[in-house]
Ligand binder design. Structure first.
Ligand SMILES: [Zn+2]
Length: 200
């Protein structure tokens, strides 16, 4: 049963990849990636803006998927919101009563840009291994903190995040197992040498 499961896994993964391609998380992720690569004004209709694992998505497809940009009115930080959620987002206010978001970029505010790259960035030290694992590519390179990077991984790349978490847990388990074996061996060796001392 276990072995059979291993053999069908690639096909299942492919099917999952295809499905997530059509749900909102994947669309939002692609839009965010595109956002980092190209300024929205530069997007030509029909231009291919994301290309990974045989999937391509054009500007017009993203627009028709119903996503829009909103800006933090204080920091000018840009994010994407589904059109359905836009009214709620624009209603959000700060403690002083001012609106928190706007569809217009606030003037005279430079967004604070971080320097950290997404773990799935092409420049990442583990990229080759991630390629062999079939993990997506990401161009995000302005994350502010490690925590922000972790949150980005968790929410923008849930499948890659789960894969890496699973790998980490497996490595921890293997390390623990090796430690146990080493401990058992040393206890046995101690018992043997005690016995040896008595026999002598
Ligand atoms: Zn990323």
């Amino acid at each position: 049963m276990e072995a059979g499961g291993e053999y069908i896994r690639p096909a299942v993964q492919e099917a999952e990849e295809h499905m997530t391609m059509h749900d909102n998380v994947a669309v939002e992720e692609m839009l965010r990636d595109a956002e980092d690569a190209i300024e929205p004004g530069d997007l030509a209709t029909g231009q291919v803006i994301s290309q990974s694992q045989d999937m391509t998505m054009t500007t017009s497809e993203l627009q028709s998927a119903g996503w829009v940009y909103v800006y933090d009115t204080l920091t000018a930080d840009r994010s994407v919101v589904n059109r359905n959620m836009l009214p709620q987002q624009l209603e959000k206010r700060r403690l002083d009563g001012s609106y928190a978001f706007s569809t217009r970029r606030p003037e005279g505010v430079d967004p604070i840009r971080g320097q950290l790259k997404c773990l799935l960035h092409d420049d990442g030290p583990n990229r080759e291994r991630y390629n062999s694992m079939g993990l997506v590519h990401c161009v995000k390179s302005n994350l502010l903190t490690e925590l922000a990077r972790e949150r980005h991984m968790k929410y923008r790349h849930p499948r890659a995040f789960a894969t890496l978490e699973d790998e980490r847990r497996r490595e921890d388990r293997d390390a623990e197992r090796l430690e146990r074996i080493a401990l058992t061996d040393s206890i046995r060796a101690m018992a043997d040498s005690n016995r040896g001392a008595k026999d002598a």
